[in-house]
Design a protein around this ligand. Structure first.
Ligand SMILES: [Zn+2]
Length: 183
């Protein structure tokens, strides 16, 4: 009986020790678990951060591909515009030629305008010619020397416009002897 009791006592002591050990183990495990839980949380946070970074990178990647797309579009637009400019220039060429022609024509008409616009000189000549007619310089035929005022005829020379407005013509002389004309 006593032995049994002793045994029982020993057993209960063993049991108590065992329980203590188990409790300690549980405590240690709990600590480990809490440490692991913390690590897990850290890991989860890290995963979250990495996912976010990844998302950012993906967004950037999308942006980059969009930029590439934009770039391609701009390149195409530039090429299109260059084509349009070329076509415009090609279409412009006849106009440029026309313009150059019309400029030439204008300069020609201007040059021809100058001829009758020298008239002050011609008028002077004309006036002098009239006054000189008394000194017979113009009333003398340059061909045969005929200086007879009765056989030298004065006519309006419609081929020589001295003034446009009012329209004034030059004068010409015709020799009654040999028939030549001079101015
Ligand atoms: Zn004459």
């Amino acid at each position: 009986m006593n032995e049994i009791n002793q045994n029982n006592g020993k057993d209960s002591a063993d049991a108590q020790e065992f329980i203590q050990t188990l409790t300690n183990t549980i405590k240690t495990l709990e600590k480990t678990i809490s440490v692991l839980n913390k690590k897990l949380k850290d890991a989860e946070n890290e995963i979250k951060t990495l996912r976010e970074e990844n998302r950012n990178l993906e967004t950037k990647g999308v942006n980059a591909s969009e930029l590439i797309k934009d770039n391609e579009m701009y390149k195409m637009k530039i090429a299109e515009l260059e084509r349009e400019i070329k076509e415009y220039k090609r279409n412009q060429e006849p106009y440029e030629a026309e313009k150059a022609k019309s400029e030439k024509v204008t300069s020609v008409t201007k040059a021809s305008d100058i001829v009758p616009k020298k008239p002050s000189e011609v008028i002077k000549e004309q006036v002098l010619g009239v006054s000189e007619s008394t000194t017979a310089t113009r009333r003398k035929c340059p061909n045969c020397g005929n200086a007879n005022p009765a056989s030298i005829h004065e006519k309006v020379d419609k081929t020589r416009i001295i003034m446009e407005s009012p329209r004034m013509y030059g004068k010409k002389y015709i020799c009654g002897e040999c028939g030549i004309e001079w101015i």
